[in-house]
Design a protein around this ligand. Structure first.
Ligand SMILES: Cc1ncc(COP(=O)(O)O)c(C=O)c1O
Length: 420
């Protein structure tokens, strides 16, 4: 695993040392990327190293299979990454990257594994996150594994599973009457107050909001390495990514940059078109894309049961829009009705229980197939970013489904949980 050479701001390319924990570029408030000495990496990083992989199987390594291109620290791991790429039964070119197989049931595990790994390395004791739900659950799990305290702020109407995860893993859970943007403000205010009160540095929370620290992108970039490896070190024609804050999309693009520089994909290979899929009830990126604007506007009255897509103003909006333009991709929104129809369709016809976010991607894919804009033979990697089973309450509600009948009274459930 390589040493970090420096952190670099996305646009101004200012260099900042990674010796101490960093959030944003202090001069410009831009997001920071992790940079390595690429000449050294060219000598040391190996795309294929059969001896190594024989000793440590791919499955047990998970995303740390790419440790040659990740920071050289001891991982805090729960087995994240190396998720299956499931071939569609109906569309010969469609591969569904099943990220619901990750610990805590979503792709957020990758970014939070890396961010908590680095937090432990730096000796941080308190991590705080505003979250649409799954990032909170993932932080709670990895913080528990690392012996760090997690402070979670999420909208009170997130899937119940996200609340439960926070409680189960022993985090400090704050359910907020508002959106992720309100959660972010509250985390910022709390940290400001802690600093103003001159709390000892080890007691001040560290904010690991989306794109406000460099390591969640670094963890999520492994999705880019992984999909390319699983396709025999070749690019697909397109990548479909349900986009809230956009960390995965940005991380994958960074991975493509690195792989090309390292010669891990053939020189001159055409990069995939990147598609950002959103819900019509919260579609700031789609709105900006349609209007050819370089940044998004705050999306008013955000509402969708695709909880992870309820990000009214992504911090990395300009980076996301740049990537869409550079790759020739698109941003497409689907209504909650279309998302629900797609969940039912893929469950019945493919055997996959998609998250609503994943179904925002399949709904858009199906529309592009129907319009002829995409062919069924086009090679598309579509991310099901979370397990459908995390959303039983939200999806059942969207279906207006109630449990039939009453629970049998003979089961001693109440007696076990709450003895009388
Ligand atoms: C299941 C799921 N999919 C997609 C997203 C959006 O992810 P990103 O913020 O990386 O765009 C989220 C965010 O919470 C999520 O939980």
């Amino acid at each position: 695993m390589p040493k970090i050479a420096y952190l670099e701001s996305v646009r101004s390319h200012n260099r900042i040392s990674a010796d101490t924990p960093q959030t944003l570029d202090p001069a410009t408030a831009e997001s920071l990327y992790v940079r390595y000495d690429m000449d050294e990496l060219k000598r040391t990083a190996k795309r294929e190293n059969p001896a190594k992989y024989a000793a440590e199987s791919a499955a047990s390594l998970g995303m740390w299979r790419y440790k040659d291109v990740l920071p050289s620290v001891t991982p805090v791991t729960l087995g994240e990454g190396w998720t299956p790429m499931v071939r569609s039964k109906r569309y010969p070119g469609l591969f569904i990257k099943e990220e619901g197989n990750n610990p805590t049931g979503s792709f957020k595990a990758r970014g939070l594994a890396m961010a908590v790994t680095m937090a432990k390395h730096y000796g941080l004791q308190h991590l705080a996150v505003p979250s649409a739900g799954n990032a909170a659950g993932a932080l709670a799990a990895y913080a528990a594994a690392a012996g760090i305290t997690a402070h979670l702020y999420m909208p009170q109407d997130v899937p119940f599973a996200n609340y439960l995860e926070g409680i189960i893993y022993g985090a400090d859970v704050h359910m907020v009457d508002g959106l992720i943007s309100d959660c972010a403000r509250m985390v910022g205010e709390e940290i400001k107050a802690q600093k103003a009160a001159n709390l000892p540095p080890e007691q001040v929370w560290f904010d690991i909001s989306t794109l406000k620290e460099p390591f969640r992108v670094e963890g999520k970039k492994t999705m880019g390495y992984e999909l390319v490896e699983q396709l025999g070190w070749t690019y697909p024609d397109a990548v479909f990514y349900p986009t809230g804050g956009g960390v995965g999309l940005i991380g994958m693009w960074k991975a493509f940059d690195e792989m090309e520089e390292l010669g891990w994909v053939e020189k001159g290979s055409k990069r995939p078109k990147m598609y950002a899929l959103q819900a019509a009830g919260c579609a700031p990126i789609v709105t900006a894309y349609d209007k050819h604007e370089p940044v998004s506007q705050f999306f008013q009255n955000a509402a969708t049961f695709a909880a992870g897509l309820r990000v009214p103003k992504p911090y990395g909006d300009a980076i996301i829009l740049d990537i869409l333009a550079l790759s020739g991709g698109q941003a497409i929104a689907s209504t909650d009705e279309e998302i629900l129809a797609s969940i039912l369709d893929y469950a019945k016809n493919e055997g996959l229980f998609l998250s609503p976010e994943g179904a925002a991607a399949t709904a858009a894919y199906d529309r592009l197939i129907a319009s002829g804009e995409l062919k069924t033979t086009d090679k598309v990697v579509l991310f099901n970013t979370g397990a459908g089973l995390k959303y039983t309450d939200m999806t059942a509600e969207a279906m207006k489904l109630r449990r039939p009948g009453t629970l049998p009274t003979s089961l001693p459930v109440g007696g076990i949980i709450t003895p009388v």
